[in-house]
Design a protein. Structure first.
Length: 275
C-alpha cells in the first residue's frame, strides 16, 4: 500500500468491517491456531501446498520483500521461508498453487497490486514448488500481464489445481472484474475480461477438488460452483477482522481458512449448507 490515501482509507474499511459485519455463531467458525512469527504483519495471501500435506504458503503485503513462508496449518508454526530471486516484490497481493504444463506442482505468486491503477503491466511469478521443505532461495519465471483498457489494482489470483490455468479478479470500490489469462500463461499475457464482480474483492481460492471457488471481501465470502466464471451462491458473513485479505480451503473442501493483516489468528470458517 503505497499511497497515503491507501494507508488512511483501507484501515478504515477494515474497521468498518469489524464493526458492521456480525460475527457468526461459535459453531460456524473457530480459531485454528495463532501465528507467532513476528514477520507476519501484513498477511495478504494464503494457498495450500500441492506437495506437502498440512502446509500452507503465505506472504505479506507490499514492502516486505520477496518472501513466501511455509507454515503448518494446525499449529501456525513457520516451517520454511522461500526467498524469490530476481523479484522486486513491487506489491505482492495474491498466491495460489496448481500445476504447470508438465503436471509439476507450482506456486503462482501475484505481484498484482496497483493502488493508482497506473502500472502498464503487472506480474504473476511461476515458482516450482520445492521438493524439500527448508528455507532456501528459489527462482521464478516472470509472466507479464496487461489489461485491455488500463491498469487495475488486484488482490485475487485463482488457479486451476490440475493445469496451468489462471484468473485474476480486480479490486475496485463499487465493482471489480474477473479476467482470464491464456492457457498456459506465456511470458507476456493480455487478460481477457469475463464479467463484473462485487467490489472490494480482497482474495479468492479454487477448492482442491477443482469444483468450486471462493471470493472474499473485507465483510463476507461467496462460494461459486464450477471453475470461473461459476455460478454464485449466497454470500455469508466472515468473522470480523481488521483488514481481511487472505483465504484458502481446507484439504477436504468442507471449510475455509482466513487470515488478516494485523491479526495473528488463522480462522477456520464452516461453509453454510445450501437451503
Amino acid at each position: 500500500m503505497r499511497r497515503l490515501t491507501a494507508w488512511l482509507v483501507l484501515p478504515l474499511l477494515g474497521l468498518v468491517a469489524l464493526l458492521a459485519a456480525p460475527a457468526q455463531s461459535a459453531q460456524s467458525w473457530r480459531v485454528q491456531c495463532t501465528f507467532s512469527d513476528e514477520r507476519f504483519t501484513e498477511i495478504s495471501g494464503l494457498a495450500r501446498s500441492q506437495r506437502f500435506p498440512g502446509v500452507l504458503y503465505l506472504h505479506n503485503d507490499s514492502s516486505n520483500g520477496p518472501y513466501v513462508h511455509a507454515v503448518d496449518e494446525r499449529t501456525c508454526r513457520t516451517l520454511a521461508t522461500l526467498r524469490v530471486s530476481g523479484s522486486p516484490a513491487r506489491d505482492y497481493e495474491a498466491i495460489a498453487t496448481g500445476r504447470d504444463a508438465k503436471g509439476r506442482p507450482v506456486i503462482w505468486l501475484g505481484d498484482l497490486g496497483d493502488n493508482n491503477d497506473s502500472w502498464p503491466w503487472v506480474e504473476v511469478l511461476r515458482i516450482q514448488e520445492p521438493t524439500t521443505l527448508r528455507s532456501q532461495t528459489v527462482s521464478a519465471r516472470h509472466l507479464r500481464v496487461t489489461y485491455p483498457d488500463m491498469g487495475h489494482n488486484a488482490e485475487t489470483l485463482l488457479a486451476n489445481p490440475t493445469k496451468p490455468q489462471l484468473w485474476i479478479v480486480t479490486k475496485q470500490l463499487a465493482a471489480g472484474s474477473l479476467y482470464a489469462l491464456p492457457v498456459p500463461p506465456a511470458a507476456v499475457n493480455r487478460a481477457v475480461p469475463l464479467r463484473r464482480e462485487d467490489g472490494l474483492i480482497t482474495d479468492g481460492s479454487v477448492a482442491p477438488q477443482g469444483d468450486r471457488y471462493v471470493l472474499r471481501t473485507y465483510f463476507d465470502a461467496t462460494v461459486f460452483t464450477g471453475l470461473p466464471p461459476g455460478k454464485a451462491g449466497r454470500p455469508f458473513d466472515l468473522p470480523g477482522q481488521f483488514q481481511g485479505e487472505a483465504i484458502t480451503w481446507t484439504a477436504d473442501g468442507r471449510a475455509l481458512l482466513i487470515a488478516s493483516e494485523r491479526d495473528n489468528r488463522l480462522i477456520r470458517v464452516e461453509i453454510p449448507q445450501a437451503g
